[in-house]
Design a protein around this ligand. Structure first.
Ligand code: FES
Length: 112
C-alpha cells in the first residue's frame, strides 16, 4: 500500500492508501487524507488541491493538459494537482496554506 505524507502549516499527516488511490476522491469520502487536503472541484479546474511534491515525483505520470494549463510555471516548482493523480507509490507532498496558495498557484479566473 502506498504511503502518503502531506505537510501543511508545519504539520505532517501520514497514512496508507490503496494502490491507484486518488487523494481528492478519498478526502471526499472522509478517508485519509481528509481533513488535511484542501480541494474543491475534483476536476482539474480550481487548483485548490495543488501540492508541491517533495518525494516520489519520479513515480508520478507526466502532467496532463489540465495541470499544464492551470499550473504553468508552477509545474517546474514541483506542483501537481492531486485530483489528477492516482497514487501507485509512496509520495510526500506539501500543500500551501490558503494565503500562499492564493498568492502563488491560484489562477486569476478561479473562484476564491
Ligand atoms: S480539486 Fe480543483 S483542481 Fe483539483
Amino acid at each position: 500500500m502506498p504511503r502518503v505524507s502531506i505537510r501543511k502549516a508545519g504539520e505532517v499527516h501520514a497514512g496508507e492508501v490503496p494502490p491507484n488511490a486518488n487523494l481528492v476522491v478519498r478526502a471526499g469520502i472522509k478517508q485519509f487524507p481528509h481533513p488535511h487536503l484542501r480541494y474543491e472541484c475534483g476536476m482539474g479546474k480550481c487548483t485548490k488541491c495543488a501540492c508541491r511534491v517533495l518525494e516520489g515525483a519520479e513515480h508520478l505520470p507526466p502532467p496532463n493538459w489540465k495541470e499544464k494549463k492551470l499550473l504553468g510555471a508552477n509545474l517546474e516548482r514541483g506542483y501537481r494537482l492531486m485530483c489528477q493523480l492516482w497514487i501507485q507509490h509512496d509520495v510526500a507532498v506539501e500543500q500551501d496554506t490558503d494565503d500562499v496558495w492564493a498568492a502563488t498557484v491560484k489562477p486569476p479566473e478561479a473562484a476564491a
